[in-house]
Ligand binder design. Structure first.
Ligand code: NI
Length: 163
């Protein structure tokens, strides 16, 4: 496993649409493991292919609770319910946070690393993470969805203090 380089801010790759994964080969499995490790290293709860420079439809999520770690290939949101206004950040925009409107619940269809079709229901933070990461696959970043006047830059010192 290896830590991959993160893409930040104005990197053009973050605005591009990622392509479906046709074959889940060893290279994709290695990418998935590397993404998980990279996300953990930077204390993230989600990471998408484009954020490590790979324009493929793969996301990883870890909410650091039992049963809340996911590797999803070609994920698609098939249903949404309700709404939540939540504070959001992104590993590609370190120290920036803002409020974003997200569905309260989502249902996602995807493939797992074994190539099996899975259906996943998520609410609250999991719904938020799924939407945020799937947005990345469509070249959409949270910073463009932040409610006006809510974007804040928090310095690493302040961040430490708030933990
Ligand atoms: Ni992000």
């Amino acid at each position: 496993m290896a830590i991959r380089n993160l893409r930040y801010g104005n990197d053009e790759i973050l605005k591009k649409k990622a392509k479906d994964i046709e074959v889940i080969d060893d290279k994709i499995k290695e990418l998935a493991m590397d993404m998980m490790e990279t996300m953990h290293k930077f204390d993230g709860i989600g990471l998408a292919g484009p954020q490590v420079g790979i324009l493929k439809r793969i996301i990883v999520i870890d909410l650091y609770e039992e049963g809340m770690q996911f590797i999803l290939i070609n994920p698609v949101i098939v249903k949404t319910k309700g709404e939540q206004l939540v504070v959001e950040g992104c590993l590609s925009y370190p120290n920036q946070f803002g409020k974003v409107k997200r569905p309260k619940e989502v249902e996602v269809v995807a493939l797992n690393l074994e190539g099996e079709k899975i259906r996943l229901k998520g609410k609250d933070l999991l719904a938020q993470a799924l939407c945020h990461e799937i947005d990345h696959l469509n070249g959409e970043v949270f910073i463009d969805k932040v409610e006006e006047g809510t974007l804040e830059t928090i310095t690493p010192e302040e961040k430490k203090g708030s933990k």
